[in-house]
Design a protein around this ligand. Structure first.
Ligand SMILES: Nc1ncnc2c1ncn2[C@@H]1O[C@H](COP(=O)(O)OP(=O)(O)OP(=O)(O)O)[C@@H](O)[C@H]1O
Ligand SMILES: [Mg+2]
Length: 294
């Protein structure tokens, strides 16, 4: 379960991004987070994945007080959380299969298990036939699906997607949300989806948390009326409870631990670093080629 208890976040420049936010999300729920630009949505996500620490209150995820995790434990905690960023940067020199497998290699999973799980998630996102293709040969929507496959490969208890339909046309948007629903249903993953897409929320109504100026201003199922008028009965939200899957972080609260204050690199930053290294290698190869007149 995710719980925000009186959470406030004031950035160093004095911006109050969130103020006294109280929120509970049960295991297996599918929740939209909506709100105008600058309202605090990404801040909420950053508090959840331990990238930022609250300046007031506490963020508790499956009994772990995230803001008070020791720096050395943040990466273990992050194994429970999959995040798909809007600029889903994939490793350009790796194939689709390798991009997904890489997320498991860093967990030191045995090779045969990595292959099995990678095949499984690529099938889930309907990209099994693109396994050996490089990201640049894929459409935007397909690349986004690779990013989702990569995020769910480690079986996170929670998947957070920041604007997953931002760059997609209406039919792709519908496919994307259907895929996220499938992940929620089949992998029993709790879904938090940040979106500005009203149409998506109307056609696939779910609990919607609306944030404005750092406050939750509404929390309920949006779009029911529209859905009922057009499609009959509203789909029931996921009620199935999920079992704990990743046992890497202790179940006992860790309130006593010292909060980390340094910035801990996110998965994306680690991947960006990797891309940077690849680019530097390519540049030096170019230089050598140029220098030798090859
Ligand atoms: N690292 C930071 N330092 C200082 N202020 C920040 C920082 N990150 C965000 N803010 C400020 O906090 C507020 C909330 O930002 P946040 O990124 O959470 O908004 P958002 O709802 O995700 O917006 P968008 O829809 O544009 O992505 C904004 O006023 C923003 O300028
Ligand atoms: Mg944002």
């Amino acid at each position: 379960m995710i719980e925000f208890k009186n959470v406030s976040k004031k950035y160093k420049n004095g911006t109050h991004a969130l103020e006294n936010v109280n929120l509970k999300v049960e295991d297996g729920e599918f929740v939209y987070i909506m709100g105008p630009t600058g309202s605090g949505k990404s801040t909420l996500i950053k508090l959840l994945d331990g990238e930022e620490v609250p300046t007031g209150g506490s963020v508790i995820v499956n009994n772990v007080n995230v803001g008070r995790l020791r720096k050395s434990k943040v990466y273990l905690y992050r194994r429970k959380i999959g995040v798909v960023f809007q600029d889903y940067r994939l490793l350009p020199e790796k194939t689709v299969f390798e991009n997904v497998a890489y997320a498991l290699e860093v967990l030191d999973m045995p090779g045969d298990k990595i292959k099995k799980r990678t095949r499984e998630v690529l099938k889930l996102v309907d990209l099994a036939d693109k396994s050996n293709v490089k990201p640049r040969e894929l459409s935007g929507g397909q690349q986004q699906r690779v990013a989702i496959a990569r995020a769910i490969a480690k079986r996170p208890a929670i998947l957070i997607a920041d604007e997953p339909t931002g760059n997609l046309d209406p039919s792709m948007t519908d496919e994307m949300i259907t895929l996220l629903e499938k992940i929620n249903r089949e992998e029993k993953t709790t879904l938090l989806v940040v979106t500005h897409n009203d149409v998506m929320v109307e056609y696939h109504p779910k609990r919607t948390i609306r944030i404005d100026s750092g406050h939750i201003v509404n929390d309920g199922t949006h779009g029911e009326r529209f859905y009922k008028q057009n499609f009959g009965e509203v789909k029931k939200p996921q009620e199935e409870n999920k079992e704990e899957k990743v046992e890497v972080v202790s179940e006992t609260p860790v309130q006593e631990e010292e909060a980390h204050t340094e910035h801990i690199p996110t998965e994306r930053e680690v991947q960006d670093q990797k891309i940077e290294e690849i680019n530097q290698t390519l540049e030096s190869i170019e230089e050598i080629k140029g220098g030798d007149g090859i």
